[in-house]
Design a protein around this ligand. Structure first.
Ligand code: SF4
Ligand code: SF4
Length: 195
């Protein structure tokens, strides 16, 4: 069997520098983050959002399907009953406590696929780093979308004459004239519950 040729090649170092020289003329990939932020792809999986109906009632019905679908055990939900005096969503139940732990979440999107009411979606926001684990647990108040025109903050009564189905068929397009926020009395214990 022939001996391997172990004589040093004179071209070896030149070939090594060749790699360096080639890289010098390539387009630079340095990103000036956070001064310059690159836009994400439209369907990028970022921070979650809890959505509302067009009159301001919440879409979440507290069913916990998102929590069961999550492979990282990052979601904690406690559902509660709506009453006519204190209504947060058009149906029977609403999400009283809702938390997502971003120290666990891998932004896979399985939770939004599992949600039957499209209450849970994902935004393009990706700046979720923090130095405290407690601050990485986002509460319902942080995840709930803001109010837009035509909405009244929950709790409040359903649109007169509309049932739950009318909301899901998109027949309610804004709060009825004169809709007023009800006095919230439900126990809000996001702060007390750890995820
Ligand atoms: S995106 Fe994935 S990991 Fe994050 S909460 Fe949803 S299911 Fe869990
Ligand atoms: S976000 Fe959707 S899946 Fe999760 S508890 Fe609310 S309604 Fe159910």
């Amino acid at each position: 069997m022939p001996e391997p040729d172990d004589k040093p090649s004179l071209l070896g170092p030149a070939a090594g520098f060749g790699v360096t020289f080639k890289a010098m003329f390539k387009k630079r990939l340095t990103e000036q983050y956070p001064e310059q932020k690159k836009p994400t792809a439209p369907r990028f999986h970022g921070r979650h959002q809890l959505n509302r109906h067009p009159d301001g009632l919440e879409k979440c019905v507290g069913c916990e399907l998102c929590a069961w679908a999550c492979p990282a055990d990052a979601i904690y939900v406690e559902g509660a009953d709506n009453t006519e005096e204190e209504r947060y969503s058009p149906g029977e139940r609403y999400g009283a406590v809702y938390q997502i732990n971003y120290a666990r979440c891998i932004l896979c999107g399985l939770c939004i696929e599992a949600c039957p009411t499209r209450a849970l979606t994902m935004t393009n926001e990706y700046e979720l780093a923090d130095s405290s684990r407690a601050d990485l647990i986002f509460t319902k108040e942080q995840l709930l979308s803001g109010l837009t025109e035509g909405m009244v903050e929950a709790p409040h009564a359903m649109y007169p004459g509309a049932d739950e189905g009318a909301y899901y068929r998109g027949e309610v397009t804004q709060a009825a004239p004169g809709t007023e926020r009800q006095e919230p009395t439900a126990r809000r214990h996001d702060e007390e519950v750890g995820s």
